[in-house]
Design a protein around this ligand. Structure first.
Ligand SMILES: Cc1cc2nc3c(=O)[nH]c(=O)nc-3n(C[C@H](O)[C@H](O)[C@H](O)COP(=O)(O)OP(=O)(O)OC[C@H]3O[C@@H](n4cnc5c(N)ncnc54)[C@H](O)[C@@H]3O)c2cc1C
Length: 384
């Protein structure tokens, strides 16, 4: 987390050596490890100056989540665009063949084919490999970016709608207007220690920004987290955005029951990869068991928010308490069910972690603004 991380984190040493990065993203994405825990550990071991780079990287996730929370239409537009791209695949045989070759790792571009294999077999890629793979997908293979983002989202064990969608948008120039990311042969050779050496002319030479975006919507105001009524029983609803209810600060409440919502259906119209599905299922089950133990009542797993609502009605609780999910499947499920929940006489209380509450207001524009605020925010959180 200190100087060694800053110096070597960009190197993709290959799937058998991840010693230069933490490899914690699948846990952080689900808050099985929290950002404040990572920051505290980094600060304790190295101090702010030396842990600076690691904490900044942790904050990239926060930035993407905060940025998307203020612009929910970007996730909705991505999904609508993906549906159109998938229809185009049905109609266009040549496009479908190029897409199938790419996802099967049969493009003939050695590095890309290896990363395609890593992604589908292991469900994980180094950050630099994600950038190169996305860039080659868009600029060398000429494939629609949303199909690539969907491919990642279905296979990554850390699949995070905010980090993934917005990183793909960043690669093709839709996030920072005019700024795109071009995968270069020399950069790949250098940061893979020569494992991959794309030949001359094998990769695209330029990366023009894509022009299929109407521009960023104006940021919507952030909703502040709500508080449950401490005198009334509650039903805890756990989503994959936050699988650590033990640290929600709800221990003093009268918890009448709870459920884990598995909203994976909303991630993609296509099936999820085996590694990602297995990780997700075991993480959800782990949370269900821990919650049952911690709160002393039965927690069930529900794949539909409407079933979860029905489960609430079988308990004395009339308030559902959850950690506010970011844009993505759980958020969409809650939004779709909101009228139904209200008309059943239930209230939905969405908590917000102090970390998000402190950082999100700095995520309205570029990452630089949030980065500048890191020391002050860490102080305000009592971490530094
Ligand atoms: C095209 C593309 C798609 C991506 N899709 C996802 C995704 O679906 N889910 C996901 O979690 N990350 C995604 N990332 C971000 C990043 O690649 C991973 O979070 C990172 O590689 C995880 O490795 P690590 O845990 O070893 O990170 P470390 O380098 O050890 O960093 C520590 C922690 O900081 C956070 N972090 C680091 N880099 C980033 C980053 N660039 N953006 C956001 N958070 C970061 C992660 O929580 C990570 O665990 C994507 C990046 C790109 C370029």
């Amino acid at each position: 987390m200190g100087r060694a991380y800053a110096a070597r984190r960009n190197e993709d040493l290959g799937p058998h050596d991840r010693s230069n990065v933490s490899g914690l993203s699948a846990h952080v994405r689900r808050r099985l490890l929290r950002e404040d825990e990572l920051a505290s550990a980094a600060l304790a071991a190295h101090g702010l100056q030396e842990a600076d780079k690691f904490i900044q990287e942790v904050c990239w996730r926060t930035y993407w989540k905060g940025w998307l929370e203020m612009r929910p239409s970007v996730w909705a537009d991505y999904q609508a665009g993906l549906a159109r791209d998938l229809e185009a695949l049905e109609r266009d045989g040549a496009l479908a063949r190029r897409y199938q070759d790419a996802v099967a790792g049969r493009t003939g571009i050695t590095c890309f084919d290896a990363w395609a294999g890593e992604l589908t077999e292991l469900g994980w890629l180094h950050n630099h490999a994600r950038m190169w793979t996305a860039s080659i997908w868009i600029y060398t293979l000429g494939l629609p970016w949303r199909l690539g983002a969907d491919w990642f989202l279905r296979h990554l064990i850390d699949a995070d709608p905010a980090s993934n969608t917005l990183s793909w948008r960043w690669v093709c120039g839709l996030h920072t207007p005019g700024k795109t990311y071009l995968a270069r042969a020399g950069n790949i050779a250098r940061f893979t220690g020569g494992r991959f050496q794309p030949g001359p002319g094998e990769l695209a030479r330029e990366a023009p920004p894509l022009a299929d975006d109407p521009g960023h919507p104006a940021p919507a105001p952030l909703q502040s987290g709500a508080r449950p009524d401490p005198a009334a029983p509650v039903f805890l609803l756990i989503t994959e955005d936050d699988l650590h209810p033990e640290s929600w600060g709800v221990g003093a409440l009268d918890i009448a029951g709870g459920a884990v919502l598995d909203a994976k259906e909303g991630l993609s119209p296509l099936p999820r990869g085996a590694a990602a599905q297995a990780f997700s299922a075991s993480a959800l089950e782990d949370a269900r068991q821990r919650a049952s133990d911690a709160f002393g009542c039965a927690f069930s797993t529900k794949t539909s928010i409407f079933d979860a609502k029905q489960a609430v009605l079988n308990t004395p609780a009339r308030q559902i308490v959850t950690q506010r999910p970011c844009q993505g499947p759980a958020r969409s499920a809650l939004d779709a069910a909101a009228p139904d929940i209200r008309s059943a006489g239930l209230s939905l209380i969405e908590l917000r972690r102090d970390w998000d509450r402190a950082f999100y207001p700095h995520a309205g524009k570029g990452f630089f603004k949030l980065k500048q605020a890191i020391p002050a925010v860490l102080r305000s959180l009592g971490l530094h």
